[in-house]
Design a protein around this ligand. Sequence first.
Ligand code: SF4
Length: 326
Amino acid sequence: MHPFAYTRASGTREALDAGRRGGRYIAGGTTLVDLMRETVERPGNLVDISGLPLREVSVTERGGLRVGALVTMAQTAAHPKVRTLYPVISQALELSASAQLRNMATIGGNIMQRTRCTYFRDVTADCNKRDPGSGCAALHGFNRTHAVLGTTDSCVATHPSDVAVAFAALEATVHLLGPDGKRGVPFADFLLRPGNTPHREHAIRQGELITAVEIPALPRPLRSGYLKVRDRQSYEFALTSAAVALHMRGGVIREARVAAGGVGTVPWKLPAVERHLVGERPSDALWTAAAEKAAEGARPLENNRFKVELLKRTVERQLRVVGGTK
Ligand code: SF4
């Protein structure tokens, strides 16, 4: 591990000052410390923000939910409002990592976690994300777990977060605080597709801090849930996953929110699937036809062609689980 300085911020202003001077924020540290041990990350100055007052879950005036950036994964998953209003979030969190990690890792850190691409974590391998311009060892290497959507010749890595898939489906907003004040970034714009600059992963500006993730109020009743498909049943990342939320009234789907994980370079929203569902009545035929649209635009690699069919089946299964069949 490379030498680094450590400061514990006693307040938001102190944290922002340190961030503006190039300090790197750390809270649970469950990803960053791993990457520092492997020398993939070499921050010179760590700013511990775990003492900041960002640990609240609250219902917004409009009936949405605001989750503070430092609320842990376990606290978020267990919160009665999250469980009641958005079970898809609780389920995504409880299917992530281990109990120990969920007790340490925060919501802000979770959406900022970096890819599990093995070449990214091997400092001897070519990797445009870690070392811009060096190439992408995964492109023609072992790429079974890599992305089939949103890829470029520069990078084919997936984003590893489960709860980010739920946030993408629900069209959450990431709230930031920085030297220029507060701003909210729609989740769809927060995590960046690789393009030819895969080292740029998010929309955060120098010195900005995530303060909360806000989930908008959606029409009630809202049924939702998360399905994760992986090689083993615990402590494993998704090969494919699906976050589904449906508002139904009078036996008709009025609103649909659907996103997939494990297949995209960012959590992958599925607007074509959503459009196919709205205005229709639940049926097996509807779920199958809608899920067929989930893999539109997929570009599989040599070792991950199976993901195209698996994605469609994952979405179909979760539509049926959430929407039922009449
Ligand atoms: Fe690096 Fe992305 Fe290629 Fe993996 S897929 S080696 S993270 S550039």
